[in-house]
Design a protein around this ligand. Structure first.
Ligand SMILES: NC(=O)c1ccc[n+]([C@@H]2O[C@H](COP(=O)([O-])OP(=O)(O)OC[C@H]3O[C@@H](n4cnc5c(N)ncnc54)[C@H](O)[C@@H]3O)[C@@H](O)[C@H]2O)c1
Length: 345
């Protein structure tokens, strides 16, 4: 079987893509690209056999490359993804797909036009406890969904925002705590609770010198009648966790990050609930230590993308899935600016 050629652009988060692609047994050729010489030197030290590029346009001409990971600032995602697709490459793009829905749709249009594959990183969907929650909610084990409470209460320093020059800008980050840090949890909210009917929100710049928000609160109404609240911030010091809490007429699931905190379904018993809590008490790391074949984190999606290309199937998360969270986030921003409830089709 022909081995896959893999290129990575953007060596911040992309360094992880490079390490994981290089360690996949089906990858036989690796290239990387950045404009930051210190990062290029680090990649060269860790991957002496990989091919360095200083120009993205040159890397995508490399005929040995099948898949390109895009790990650039968010506002560059759609443009660089489309360039790579038009050069005949499959693309695995970092979250979020870009800063708005229109650019996400442009990626989808290019995917269809070129016949290439596009995967989007939302690695938290593969947290072991999220897989369990999704399976049980879909099977109706919480009964009718009633309420979700979601909160991403994180901390980021001013130095974090100042590094790179793109974070906390509308043009390149597309937002702040909600678009950058919370997009994973916004995605999980709609993944677990269903299609959104309307969004009402507020945002503010509470405690950083940035253009975008560092605090937002919103109320989301779902087409199935459930309601949710969502809090995002990078101002909580010390941090207050990543709360994913879903309540149905017949059950409750409360998660903090990748750790289960409460579990009750319509077929659970005190014994099975205790078993679930014990199994998911310490998150992915302990579960992977017990079963190294468990697919979690970036590894799960990079391996999935490579397998999707080899077996000519869709990757786990495509552009249309990726657009959903961006649409919700931009509705929070629009609602805050206009004072209106934003209704979805
Ligand atoms: N999935 C996750 O959990 C996760 C975590 C962190 C970041 N991300 C995403 O990854 C993306 C990058 O974030 P980051 O924190 O790594 O940012 P970063 O600023 O650390 O890295 C971006 C890199 O892109 C390089 N770059 C910029 N323009 C370039 C160009 N024209 N050609 C080549 N290289 C160029 C920069 O030099 C830099 O090294 C963002 O979209 C972010 O949302 C995802």
């Amino acid at each position: 079987m022909k081995k896959i050629g893999y290129g990575v652009v953007g060596l911040g988060m992309g360094m992880t893509h490079l390490d994981l692609a290089a360690s996949n047994p089906n990858v036989g050729y690796v290239a990387y690209c950045d404009i930051n010489e210190e990062r290029m030197a680090r990649a060269a030290a860790n991957h002496p056999d990989a091919v360095p590029y200083r120009e993205f346009d040159e890397m995508i001409k490399d005929e040995k490359i099948d898949i390109v990971s895009i790990a650039l600032p968010t506002g560059m995602h759609a443009e660089f993804t489309i360039k790579a697709l038009e050069a005949g490459k499959h693309v695995l793009c970092e979250k979020p797909i870009d800063i708005n829905v229109e650019r996400g749709l442009a990626v989808e249009e290019a995917r269809i036009r070129t016949g290439k594959k596009v995967g989007l990183i939302f690695q938290n969907r593969n947290n072991a406890v999220i897989r369990e929650a999704k399976k049980n909610i879909e099977a109706g084990k919480l009964g009718k969904l009633i309420l979700g409470t979601f909160a991403v209460k994180w901390h980021r320093t001013q130095a974090y925002y100042d590094a790179g020059g793109w974070r906390g800008t509308w043009a390149m980050d597309g937002g702040g705590s909600l678009m950058n840090q919370s997009v994973h949890t916004v995605d999980l909210m709609q993944y677990l609770m269903g299609d959104v009917e309307s969004v009402q929100g507020h945002y503010t710049v509470a405690n950083h010198a940035i253009e975008t928000e560092d605090l937002s609160t919103s109320v989301i109404k779902f087409k199935n009648g459930a309601l949710a609240t969502f809090v995002s911030t990078t101002c909580c010091n010390p941090e207050g966790g990543t709360l994913i809490q879903v309540y149905g007429a017949d059950g409750t699931i409360e998660i903090n990050g990748d750790v289960l905190q409460k579990w009750k379904t319509n077929d659970s018993t005190p014994e099975s609930e205790a078993e679930m809590l014990a199994k998911y008490a310490t998150g992915n790391a302990a579960l992977v230590a017990a079963d190294p074949t468990l697919a979690v984190g970036h590894k799960s999606q990079i391996d999935d993308m490579i397998d999707a290309v080899i077996n000519d199937r869709d990757p786990q998360v495509g552009p249309m899935e990726g657009i959903k969270a961006v649409r919700i986030i931009n509705a929070v921003y629009e609602s805050s600016r206009t004072g209106k409830v934003i209704y979805f089709d």
